[in-house]
Design a protein around this ligand. Sequence first.
Ligand code: C2E
Ligand code: CA
Ligand code: CA
Length: 733
Amino acid sequence: MSYQSEQNKKQSSIGTYVICLVVLLSSVLIAIYVRNSQEKALTTILQGQAKRTELKLTQSAEHLIGELFAMSKRWINNHRTSEKNWRADAKDFISRLTGVSTLWWVDADRNFQWGESTEPNHTEIIYELLQDAEFKEILDTMAQKYLPEISRTYDLAGKKWLYIFVPIGSGLNVDGAFIIEVNIKNFIDEQLGDPLVSGFYTEAVANEELVYSNVVDVKDMSHFATATLNLDSDQDGWDFNVYPIAETSQIILSPLPYFIVGAGLVISLLFLIALLSRLKATNQSLELSKQISETEKVQFELEYLANHDTLTHLPNRHYINRFIQKKVKQGLLNNQKFTLLFIDLDHFKDINDTLGHSVGDKTLKKLPVLFNKVFRHDDVIARMGGDEFVVYLPGELDVPHVEKLVKRFMKSLEYPIEIGEHQIRLTGSVGVAFFPQHGTNVVELLSHADAALYRAKDQGRNTYAIYDSEIEQKAKDRVELISRLHTANDRDEFEMFFQPRYELLNQKIIGAEALLRWSPNEATLIAPDKFIDILEETSLIIPITWKMFEKSCSQFKQLLKLNDTLSLSFNISAKQLEHPDFIKKLRIVLSKTDFPAHNLELELTEQTLIQNVENSRYILKNLKQMGISVAIDDFGTGYSSLSYLKNFPVDVLKIDQSFIRDIEVDSGDLELVKTMITMGKNLNITTVAEGVENENQLKLLTDESCEQAQGYYFNKPMPFEQFEKLLTKTFSN
Ligand code: C2E
Ligand code: CA
Ligand code: CA
């Protein structure tokens, strides 16, 4: 993810946080405002209720007093009315006016005359009250002013009481006073009604004393309003406190503010959740894109590995195959041409064998640099494996152009490559094929370039060949030969010829080398140089050799009757030696044919021996133990001729015929042969000269004390029967 989008993400999340905060804050502010309004409304309503309470109580008190006054007036006007009637009046008064429990008549001399009451012991109470100083004082005041008076509150029998005095008559015409006893609780309850109906509780405080309360349950005493009722100027006023009942405060102080805050919270939360889920989503997508890029990396690496050679980092066989396939397709569509070079380094195997694989690898690693100096950017160079490379050259190139390029490449190979202390000089062989002239699919093109490469190698390596009809024929022949060799093996068309080997001192036959021949029909005999390479390549050499070996042993066994010191020399190829069962198989054949091991000699080339030094050592040790002798074949043509002889227990050196051939004319060759013979003597190894063709050669070798020889001078390789005859003749003489 880019820096820009990372920044955007940060900004948008800050934005969301701010929105959350604003929403939350404003919801709190709105809630506070609403709450304040609610409280204000409640206070106003409470004040209204307090005012109403004051009015109502004032009115009802005034009404009560008014009624009493009316009665006192009636008293004055109807002086003659009997006591019984007054008392009936009084009773009616008490029953009509709730809260009024008693009405007494006290005469002008302050004597209690009669009273009507709902209370049982009202007579005692009035007598007692008339003794009360305050009571007397009120009566005094009333006597002077002829105005109604109200007493303070009295606590009697656990209830609060209030007494109201109304004078009867005035001036000289005074007839005492009516005193009514008011049960404060009952009276106010009647006026205010059920708090659950009115919606308010009320309490009254007079002289700091709670004189009335219908409060049942006020949770919050902080909401109230007060009205002061002052009915009597002599008394301190009553403070009425009005409280809302639970339902009232619930209605007015509704939880709206909480809802508002809650809503704010919910909105902010929703914002936050949206933000968080978006953050999570972006994180997840980040994680995902990380994972994806991780997988892409792995995929890329896998793809790289699948398409590249790990040693040189050049595209590999797989890649170039597909690449050429693609180019063929495009080429056929758009008439585009290209050229393929098939390159093989000459004798690269020897570098591995003699200097070790690590030097070989390091050399290969340096090749891409060299390639890049010669080939262009849009040329594609791939390693096909081992020391084989393919170069794709786009566009149409004429033959001179390609030749120039190939020569430049071969020239560039000449510069020595330094690997540690080694200076490695390479040469290469190149096969060229053109698209579309030499093939219209990848297999054809590559195999034709390869066939051209074969030709270049055939021509002595360090050269190139462009595919042509001759090569085409050869390539076809090769394919045909392979299939013919398979059938030849099935049909047992192979046989062994024997070439005698001579002791030079007495010119006696000491044994013979078995040499493979292919006889596809009675009239034809094919020498191994025509097919032995292909037998090795196809591994057909293994089954054929074992068959031939067994047959040779059985045949040669017969000859031992003529001379039991005769030795059978048998050629063993590298392919065979590598086979893990080699020694085991050898023992089996020897025991099956009952062929004495000490009459057997195996011929191995230097190259075979150094290809896998460990295995060679193991094989040679076993052969020695079995009593089989070992000959180094083609001695002198290899690389490390001398040094390894000390390491391997070798019995015989077969000096290659290339040294013998020119021994008469080439003093250098003679010197080399002399050295080899001397060396063999020093190491107690028998020296054999191969390919002795004439007497001069024989003489020179005899002079140098070469021990043994074989060659056309003595005999050409011959079928067994002929060899047998020769021996019979030799040893029966
Ligand atoms: P080699 O092992 O060096 O065999 C000696 C070759 O020299 C034989 O060729 C032989 O016919 C030839 N030769 C002998 N004397 C003369 C001579 O005076 N002048 C000339 N010009 N050539 C002479 P051949 O039989 O054609 O075998 C060629 C090669 O094929 C052998 O070379 C050997 O490397 C391989 N070969 C032959 N038979 C076998 C076999 O059974 N197994 C394996 N692995 N390789 C075999
Ligand atoms: Ca040989
Ligand atoms: Ca040889």
